[in-house]
Design a binder for this molecule. Structure first.
Ligand code: ZN
Length: 140
């Protein structure tokens, strides 16, 4: 399973101590998911805070990007038509057609940047429709 985990320190709502929020982003049943589990060492409070498909909140993404660094998705071969790429980007991100076009432009130039799980998810979808893309690490 493709996925990434990061820790965010938060203030415990029960005892005021420091609690740890473990956030996960993963691919499950052909969808992009994220969830968050909280636990407090001081008072023992624990639970599952959230679990949803789709793009996680910005603080969760930020924690994943800080912990693992960004990944970049790039077109690595000839792309006879933009239609499959536009279709996937619109499905996955709910982007409007102009926004999807911008994203395809980024794919073909510098690459689209996001968490590894997000880029891997897009790669699987794009490859399935024959779009030649690959994920690479780094921020050059
Ligand atoms: Zn606590």
């Amino acid at each position: 399973m493709t996925g990434q985990t990061a820790m965010i320190a938060e203030r415990c709502s029960d005892c005021g101590g420091t609690m740890v929020c473990q956030v996960n982003q993963f691919i499950q049943r052909d969808d992009l998911w994220w969830d968050a589990e909280i636990s407090c060492d001081t008072c023992g409070m624990a639970g599952c805070e959230d679990s949803s498909p789709g793009r996680p909140p910005e603080d969760v993404r930020k924690a994943l990007l800080t912990a693992h660094g960004p990944a970049r998705l790039r077109v690595v071969g000839p792309m006879p038509s933009l239609v499959p790429a536009l279709k996937v980007l619109r499905e996955v991100s709910g982007a409007s057609l102009p926004d999807a076009r911008k994203q395809v432009d980024e794919l073909r130039r510098g690459g689209l940047v996001g968490t590894l799980t997000e880029m891997e998810f897009l790669r699987l979808r794009l490859r399935r429709l024959g779009v030649p893309v690959d994920v690479e690490f780094g921020t050059d």
